[in-house]
Design a protein around this ligand. Sequence first.
Ligand SMILES: NC(=O)c1ccc[n+]([C@@H]2O[C@H](COP(=O)([O-])OP(=O)(O)OC[C@H]3O[C@@H](n4cnc5c(N)ncnc54)[C@H](O)[C@@H]3O)[C@@H](O)[C@H]2O)c1
Length: 283
Amino acid sequence: MATGRPHRPTTRGRGIPEATVARLPLYLRALTALSERSVPTVSSEELATAAGVNSAKLRKDFSYLGSYGTRGVGYDVEYLVYQISRELGLTQDWPVVIVGIGNLGAALANYGGFASRGFRVAALIDADAAMAGRPVAGIAVQHIDELESIIADNGVSIGVIATPAGAAQQVCERLVAAGVTSILNFAPTVLSVPDGVDVRKVDLSIELQILAFHEQRKAGEAAAGPDITDMVTPVVPPVAATRRRADDVPARPAVDGAVPHGVGDAGSGPDGSDGGRSAAMPA
Ligand SMILES: NC(=O)c1ccc[n+]([C@@H]2O[C@H](COP(=O)([O-])OP(=O)(O)OC[C@H]3O[C@@H](n4cnc5c(N)ncnc54)[C@H](O)[C@@H]3O)[C@@H](O)[C@H]2O)c1
């Protein structure tokens, strides 16, 4: 059994690096907003700003997709939306099950953003027999005893775990045994999965801890005043470091891999200022 870290090599299909794959949803979100405003083309600089990514990195990322844009015109928005959606596998419908329909599971079930991005909530599953049959977001909750048949009947390959931490590993094993190969884990625990199973972890409390770290630094810099450079030796000037953090700290949950990276950098880097950047943006 391996640990709950992603198991893919650093590149996947057609040699696209994992870091590029992790940025594709950011481009797609920015492009979708442009598309909704009927904007036909976009320059790499504009799109990079909208996605919160460096424009040279964006051009490099798009080169992996074979998309180079047109000099003086930019990128065709609709075509890029299609191309990135296809690359991410979003041109097909993905049935998803959510296990653990408490506060969080119910909120996720009610979130409209899944369906609009091609993720259909196929079933809601909970161990509480009293919840069986109860509708949440218009879907009747099903008992955990039915997990295996639900997965098989709906051809589910993606499972979301929103159970208490103590139940998550067991739920994960049942999901995997039933055929699920991708897991989004909200429970605050590291899952062990066999090779070939991808786990992404979302932990808002880790994000808050990273923000608390930066708040503490900002407060320390303000209290120390401008002479702080005489007392410590930051690699990045305090003003630049503060601006970069403010720009880069994400308002979205980071993904597994990015979070520990950000935490580690924040605590151990020469000036700590990369912590926010690492959490905000996969390298
Ligand atoms: N990742 C995040 O940012 C984040 C945010 C909030 C909560 N959480 C975590 O999400 C999980 C759920 O939180 P919550 O507030 O919704 O809890 P909750 O107690 O409201 O709901 C948990 C649900 O899981 C069900 N459950 C328990 N054991 C189960 C099992 N073996 N199989 C199926 N269902 C089972 C319970 O019956 C209950 O309905 C917790 O682990 C919590 O720490 C994570």
